[in-house]
Design a protein around this ligand. Structure first.
Ligand code: GTP
Ligand code: MG
Length: 260
């Protein structure tokens, strides 16, 4: 099932509003899946409105440097890109310098921080501000309205709710942008995720759950459930609970996989 169109339209209208107000857009993406979390709505609106857009590769602490380099090479063909980690404070100097340089051209600048839910928009703002001014949570959909944060005498940041495009719940969940407990078919979604991890960074399964992954995602999910001792009456493996656990582990960065 797709996200309710009305909800989507509301978010699109927020994106439109921010894109009209802002002088610069920071499009925050998840460095573990940088292309999947590039937001078409945001990029298209920025183009239409002729706004400067910078891609921020957040959560870069969760990927190795060689992978990050490859991603930077790829993205910089289209947009300026800054590797960042709100948790480790990485990229702060570069980003502040860039914003300050742009600010020199104007009396007041507004920087819109946009992207999918849960990519770390609010965390990035807190890190730049060196103070907790925006609420953050591992649960996608934390930030509801937009919020203006003063960074410097002439620089304002705008925190926003995650912008989603008209996509399947499942695809959003794989991006970490949908609450696993709200999924209609968490098992199917977890199987897709496991399949993706097996084909990109199989070792991550073993590192996280201490089981040898099977080529078959369902067998792997069963092994994980067994290892976690998630059982239902009669001793059968609770696949639903295991699936949600795997999806949460992915959202929380406990599974060290990544792909371009
Ligand atoms: N490992 C890691 N986790 C991060 C980083 N930045 C944010 N997170 C985590 O990602 C989750 C989401 O962070 P938020 O800042 O709330 O993300 P958001 O984009 O504002 O989310 P919404 O408001 O729901 O759209 C939280 O659990 C953060 O702790 C980072 O640089 N590294
Ligand atoms: Mg937020």
């Amino acid at each position: 099932m797709t996200q309710k169109p009305r909800e989507w339209l509301r978010e699109k209208s927020i994106a439109k509003k921010i894109l009209s107000q802002a002088d610069v857009i920071l499009e925050v993406v998840d460095a573990r899946m940088p292309l999947d979390t590039r937001n078409k709505v945001v990029e298209q609106l920025a183009k239409e409105k002729n706004k400067r857009l910078i891609i921020i590769l957040n959560k870069s602490d969760l990927v190795p440097p060689e992978f990050l380099e490859k991603v930077i090479e790829e993205i910089k063909k289209e947009y300026p890109v800054i590797p960042f980690s709100a948790h480790k404070g990485k990229g702060v100097k570069e980003l502040l310098q860039l914003i300050k340089n742009i600010a020199k051209e104007k009396k007041i600048i507004k920087v819109g921080v946009l992207g999918y839910p849960n990519v770390g928009k609010s965390s990035l703002i807190n890190t730049l501000k060196k103070k907790k001014v925006a609420s953050t949570s591992p649960k996608p959909g934390m930030t509801r309205g937009e919020k203006l944060v003063k960074l410097d005498k002439n620089i304002y940041l705008i925190d926003t709710p995650g912008i989603i495009t008209l996509e399947l719940q499942e695809d959003l969940a794989l991006k970490g942008s949908y609450i696993p407990d709200k999924l209609e078919y968490p098992i199917e979604t977890a199987l897709k995720l496991i399949e993706k991890i097996i084909s990109t960074k199989k070792e991550a399964i073993k590192e996280t759950y201490n089981i040898e992954p099977e080529q078959d995602p369902l067998k792997t999910l069963e092994k994980i459930g067994n290892k976690l001792n998630y059982k239902i009456k009669g001793g059968e493996i609770d696949l639903d609970r295991t699936a949600k656990k795997v999806l949460w582990d992915w959202i929380k960065g406990h599974i060290r996989a990544y792909w371009i």
